[in-house]
Write a protein that binds this ligand. Structure first.
Ligand SMILES: Nc1ncnc2c1ncn2[C@@H]1O[C@H](COP(=O)(O)OP(=O)(O)OP(=O)(O)O)[C@@H](O)[C@H]1O
Ligand SMILES: [Mg+2]
Length: 276
């Protein structure tokens, strides 16, 4: 297959097995995947389906058991541990659910920390980025002085500071309220479109579907085509319709991620309207 110049991430027949023998877990099972520049792809799926394993394998933090991973046309599969850090720093930006900021460093220092030598020149990319993300007045603030949304924007600045082609985000809105979560989602979409980056986001959040060019469903380490999904009205998670516990109320069927959410709904159905 010829290399597509816009393909930023290409994974071919990627399998990841944790452990050995009876205790072995196949977290990724023969997965194919392509993410192109300018594209936002959202990966959804039940807990334990392999989403984080997928993201960390795509991001060169985890070596697959078999198969090929290419980032910006560089085959990272057989790279040595000494070569990988440069690829991670220059080609890939990671955004985590928990922000992963260092508490003793200011916003600017947190971003500058990961900056490659080549990009440290005359200008100040960390400050410029924070400014662009609306944090120009928070450059010297410590993480504990920032709101959740502001912290996540610092983490996004850090992911962008080396101008990588690929942005990987693991539940980036999970610790944010609805308004901040929405801002972060729109920002990720803008980054993909305007900066022509491939953005791959793992999320359970039903609202994130609105910014995605593509939503894919991972289950038991495999991407499934055409899975019918819906939203749990209690926890707002996107869930698979098949096999989900249900309640019929006021002529409508509601699906739940589990029996706990079903119980909460049952106690007071009027609390959970379906208008959004
Ligand atoms: N380091 C590890 N060692 C052994 N097993 C692991 C390891 N990491 C993940 N697993 C297993 O691999 C499977 C996939 O885990 P993964 O963390 O990728 O799921 P996930 O889809 O991200 O789940 P969640 O939605 O709960 O974050 C699970 O069965 C998990 O227990
Ligand atoms: Mg996970």
């Amino acid at each position: 297959m010829p290399d597509d110049i816009t393909a930023v991430l290409t994974m071919e027949r990627v399998t990841k097995v944790f452990g050995e023998g009876d205790g072995a877990v196949k977290a990724l099972d023969d997965v194919d995947f392509v993410a192109n520049a300018g594209e936002v792809i959202v990966i959804m799926g039940p807990s334990g389906s392999g989403k984080t394993t997928f993201l960390t394998t795509a991001g060169a933090l985890l070596t697959p058991t078999s198969g090929t991973v290419k980032v910006s046309n560089i085959d990272i599969t057989n790279m040595s541990e000494s070569e990988l850090p440069d690829v991670r720093r220059e080609k890939i930006g990671f955004i985590f659910q928990s922000f992963n900021l260092l508490e003793s460093l200011t916003a600017t220092e947190n971003v500058r920390l990961v900056l490659t030598k080549a990009r440290r020149g005359g200008h100040h990319p960390a400050r410029e980025l924070l400014d662009m993300l609306g944090l120009g007045h928070r450059l010297n603030s410590l993480p504990k002085q920032l709101s959740g949304g502001e912290k996540q924007r610092v983490a996004i600045a850090r992911a962008l500071v080396n101008n990588p082609d690929l942005i990987l985000a693991d539940e980036p809105t999970a610790n944010l309220d609805a308004k901040r979560g929405r801002e972060v989602m729109l920002l990720l979409r803008q980054i993909a479109l305007e900066m022509q980056k491939a953005v791959v986001i793992v999320s359970h959040d039903h609202r994130i579907r609105e910014i995605a060019h593509r939503v894919v469903w991972l289950e038991d380490g495999t991407f499934l085509p055409d899975v019918a999904t819906t939203r749990d009205p209690v926890c707002n998670r996107v869930i698979e319709v098949e096999g989900a516990p249900t309640i019929d109320s006021e002529g409508q069927t509601y699906h739940f991620c589990g029996h706990d959410c079903r119980k909460i709904f049952e106690a007071d159905p009027a609390r959970f309207d379906q208008s959004d």
